[in-house]
Design a protein around this ligand. Structure first.
Ligand code: SAH
Length: 503
């Protein structure tokens, strides 16, 4: 059910990994009129908000004056009473050190209806991502969530250190970095074993999660040495040792590696999400954008007459998509290709065809124009009408080949790849990249020109194949890795092989 007018939703956004947001939270974000959000919400959490939504930042930032809690409550009430549907979005769970309780009380007092949407709290999420089970049959039958930094206005500490020291289970401290040394000493003084394992988990579940382990006695030194900063969770108890077996995030092959993806935004998501699954921090720096040319007369003509060709060569998934769009504009569908031999340059293009009900007749073993030529050696094209559907600035290898073999070739540019201006934030994030991936020569030339001397010098250059590598060398780059298979999977395999630690 979408957000209702006049209702305030106290929504947990989870610990930071966007994949850990609940279905309910996404539904409400997508339908609310107003969203009041905190600092610690996952990147992209608001991407699904509807057009015209009112977005209000009410987060607290260390050292910056923030909106006082009473005022946040008052604004939520006001918005709801004005008939808006309001999402109050908080990191983790709204009722776990999230002041959601206070906001709920203010809403109840004002007679405003509210709903609470729990989120995955950092105490279980960051620990799980660090390979630390907060309970364990052998090690911990209980877990306590404790604040390590109490409200300074509260005066006397409400924490009962004796009780916490004696607590028969895992202690998880939120907001525990600043007072780590004091808190650890208080626990030890109250009788907790100073040699008990302890961990600090920084930015749990997010890119660049870090975990530092030591003992209760030494954890503050380890944290200072590693310059661990908030948001960080402190865990105390024998379960911390289970991490030696259970750590998984840090073991992913690209953990801690920053990888630049230069594909057009529309295509980048597959590569980017696979890289993320492998543990990489992805910087999307699209170098190009696809500009369809569906209104060009030659495109319309070729699409309306696709059936007359004996052979059609498609050189990218974009080409497939746009050919079908151009055909649809002429009231045609895949049946118009019934008698046509269809050649795809590689498996991605073949998949795009398959999605539209066409099984490619020819897919080469090498996914470059030359590979397609080899694969077509046995196809008789003398006198045949051939359509090469591709990008404006593509190489002329294919058309020249068909002409030589006596075919009647139409070359139709379905789209143009134009430069995308990278945004400043992405350029900044790209500076200390470990890898930059190039999936076509146009990504090379456009990115190097767009970045100029801000091209990240540290990054190893990964190229999808020889044509792209050549373009990279021409642009003055050193190619460190070239894929053996010239498609996205091949590029990933080559990057992984390069990133594998060498003996
Ligand atoms: N409501 C939130 C907690 C807010 S208090 C929740 O349920 O998770 C803020 C504290 O939570 C931080 O100081 C830190 O101790 C912890 N925290 C929040 N997100 C974290 C993360 N991704 N990794 C580690 N600790 C986190």
């Amino acid at each position: 059910m979408s957000a209702r007018p006049g209702v305030v939703y106290l929504v947990g956004a989870g610990p930071g990994d966007p994949g850990l947001m609940t279905a309910r939270s996404l539904e409400l974000i997508g339908s609310a009129d107003s969203i009041y959000y905190d600092r610690l919400i996952p990147p992209g959490a608001l991407a699904g908000a509807r057009e015209g939504v009112e977005l209000v930042y009410v987060g607290k930032q260390p050292g910056v004056p923030s909106v006082p809690q009473e005022e946040i409550g008052a604004r939520l009430i006001e918005a709801a009473q004005a008939g808006r549907s309001v999402v109050r979005l908080k990191g983790g769970d709204p009722f776990v050190f999230g002041r959601g309780g206070e906001e709920g009380e203010a809403l109840r007092a004002a007679g405003v209806e509210f709903e609470v949407v729990p989120g995955i709290t950092a105490g279980v999420a960051a620990t799980a991502y660090a390979g630390i089970p907060v309970t364990h049959r052998d090690d911990a039958s209980a877990v306590a969530f404790v604040t390590g930094h109490e409200d300074p206005e509260k005066g006397e500490s409400a924490l009962d250190w004796e009780a916490l020291a004696a607590f028969p289970g895992t202690l998880v401290f939120y907001m525990g970095v600043k007072r780590l040394e004091e808190n650890a000493n208080a626990l030890i003084a109250a009788g907790r074993d100073p040699d008990q394992p302890a961990a600090a988990i920084e930015r749990g579940t997010m890119d660049a999660q870090r975990t530092v382990t030591a003992t209760l006695r030494t954890i503050h030194e380890a944290v200072a040495l590693a310059a661990v900063k908030a948001p960080t969770l402190i865990v105390v108890g024998p379960v911390v040792e289970r991490r030696e077996e259970l750590a998984w995030l840090e073991r992913r092959p690209l953990h801690g590696k920053r990888v630049i993806v230069t594909r057009a935004r529309a295509q980048a998501s597959g590569l980017a999400s696979t890289l993320r699954d492998l543990g990489a921090t992805v910087v999307e720096l699209p170098a190009i954008r696809i500009e369809p040319r569906l209104d060009a007369p030659e495109v319309r003509e070729a699409a309306a007459a696709v059936g007359v060709y004996e052979l059609i060569c498609l050189t990218s998934p974009n080409g497939v998509r746009l050919l079908f769009e151009a055909m649809a504009a002429a009231d045609l569908d895949s049946r118009a290709l019934a008698g046509v031999t269809v050649a795809a340059i590689g498996p991605g293009t073949a998949r795009a065809l398959a999605k539209r009900g066409v099984v490619a007749d020819v897919v080469p073993e090498r996914f470059v124009a030359e590979g397609l030529i080899e694969a077509l050696a046995d196809v008789d094209v003398e006198g045949a009408r051939v359509l090469v559907a591709r990008a404006v600035d593509a190489r002329d290898v294919l058309p020249e080949y068909f002409e030589q073999r006596g075919a009647e070739v139409d070359v139709v540019a379905l789209y143009e790849t134009v430069r995308e201006e990278p945004d400043a934030e992405a350029i900044e994030a790209a500076q200390d990249a470990d890898y930059v991936t190039f999936t076509s020569s146009s990504t090379v030339s456009n990115l190097t020109e767009a970045l100029g001397d801000r091209f990240p010098a540290s990054a190893r250059v990964v190229s999808i194949g020889p044509v792209t590598s050549e373009a990279a060398r021409e642009a003055g780059l050193r190619v460190d890795v070239e894929a053996e298979r010239h498609d996205i999977d091949g590029l990933l395999a080559a990057l992984l092989a390069d990133a594998r630690p060498r003996p």
